[in-house]
Write a protein that binds this ligand. Structure first.
Ligand code: NAD
Ligand code: UDP
Length: 389
């Protein structure tokens, strides 16, 4: 299906084809955004990353209908003078590049802070100096913990949304102490948000900040020992997928009591496309992008993933599907956690008329179908010849 020649924005104006410099295009979110832009629009993407495995299917074969509209530039933004040139010849820059796996925040805090703050600074500067629009990816983690988490366990105020709903323009950012290095990521993201906001206020930078709330789906992170390091610890979707594929119990950190709202990557990408194509409505705003209807505890997530995986794989689940593990054992010293993350949707709803659609069960069903199809055979082979090499 070729994209329709005329696309209209939310105000009925024709959308002109854009050139987009997408930094971190080879990652989970980047790969889905590139796919969407190739399939449904006429925009051109200059895809910047150190890896391209997750967008290989878009880069070849050369006969693909979008050939010429996506170019891969293998470069590390830490130290590559070509970056400014790419930003200069684009209409819009989208920065997704980051270290963003919690297992790194307390064990590689310097890399985490440099990646999320220092390395993002030149991108902001080049956009500001060259009058280019910037869409920057921050995180819901800038909210840290909820106000309610500091109330006594039995306080009735804990049930009051005013104490836990996260609102872009009014909620505070509440982090743990400096020894809790978990917060190195959130703190770096918060400071780059403040720089971007100040560039907007003082120098007129046209920006949009995105705060993703646990976007999940196919191609997220890696399966340890298959397409990533065997000792690596990815985010929860990949950890639990790995356990299910290997028929091991799912590990619940500190009882699995933390709560998260999960959103299907394809729903979230629709919000990003609206931001790209409606600059007048998106500029100057910070947007929560999540699904407030999909809240579960990590324990409930484990139970649901076990049920769904059993359905899609046709295998019975193992006798002891979960096991408790302390955060110190799982992540090491300095780990801490966000207790609860429910996004307020008022601003994105008003500006872009966007709402998430997919239920948690449905998004897990399509994602675990993908995981099973992609990895089950490779896992079987890896288990059959252990440590032979
Ligand atoms: P990801 O790790 O899959 O993608 C990040 C990409 O950036 C990777 O492909 C990586 O190779 C690239 N990159 C990192 N440093 C680079 C450098 N110096 N030069 C060039 N490329 C570099 O992560 P993702 O889930 O796609 O997240 C994208 C952004 O969204 C990140 O900024 C992250 O903090 C933010 N975010 C995502 C979520 C989520 O739910 N997935 C939640 C909160 C925030
Ligand atoms: N978690 C878990 N078991 C795992 C991986 C993660 O219990 O194997 C928990 C983790 O402690 C956190 C939640 O799952 O409470 C979500 O973790 P994720 O890595 O996806 O990132 P976060 O939402 O904390 O940014």
């Amino acid at each position: 299906s070729s994209p329709s020649p005329v696309r209209l924005d939310l105000d009925g104006n024709t959308i002109k084809p854009l050139t987009i410099c997408m930094i971190g295009a080879g990652g989970f979110i980047g790969s889905h955004l590139c796919e969407k832009l190739m399939n449904e629009t006429n925009h051109t993407v200059l895809a910047v990353d150190v890896y391209n495995d997750k967008i290989k299917h878009l880069l070849e074969p050369e006969s693909a209908p979008w050939t010429g509209r996506i170019q891969f530039h293998r470069l590390n933004i830490k130290n590559d003078s070509r970056l400014e040139g790419l930003i200069k010849c684009s209409d819009l820059t989208i920065n997704l590049a980051a270290i963003c796996t919690p297992a790194d925040y307390n064990t590689r805090p310097l890399d985490t802070i440099y990646s999320n703050f220092i390395d993002a600074l030149p991108v902001v500067k080049y956009c500001s100096e060259n009058n280019k629009r910037l869409i920057h990816f921050s995180t819901c983690e800038v909210y840290g913990k909820t106000i309610g988490s500091y109330l006594p366990k039995d306080s009735p105020l804990r049930q009051d949304p005013a104490y836990y709903i996260l609102k872009e323009d009014t909620s505070p950012c509440i982090f743990g102490s400096v020894e809790k290095q978990r917060w190195s990521y959130a703190c770096a993201k918060q400071l780059i948000e403040r720089i971007i906001y100040a560039e907007g206020a003082e120098n007129g930078l046209e920006f949009t900040i995105v705060r993703p709330f646990n976007w999940i789906g196919p191609r997220m992170d890696f399966i340890p020992g298959i397409d990533g390091p065997s000792e690596g610890v990815p985010r929860v979707l990949a950890c639990f997928s790995n356990n299910l594929l290997r028929r091991e119990p799912l590990k619940l950190v500190d009882g699995g009591e933390s709560q998260r709202t999960f959103i299907y990557i394809k729903d979230a990408i629709e919000a990003v496309l609206l931001m790209i194509e409606n600059p007048a409505r998106a500029s100057g705003h910070i947007f929560n992008v999540g699904n407030p209807n999909n809240e579960v505890t990590v324990r409930q997530l484990a139970e649901m993933m076990t049920q769904v995986y059993s359905k899609v794989s046709g295998e019975d689940s193992i006798e002891t599907p979960t096991v408790d593990v302390s955060s110190k054992e799982f992540y090491g010293e300095g780990y801490d956690d966000s207790d609860k993350r429910i996004p307020d949707m008022t601003i994105i709803n008003k500006q872009l008329g966007w709402n998430p659609k997919t239920s948690l069960w449905d998004l897990l069903e399509s994602t675990l179908t993908y995981q099973h199809r992609t990895y089950a055979e490779a896992i079987k082979q890896a288990i059959a010849k252990p440590a032979a090499n």
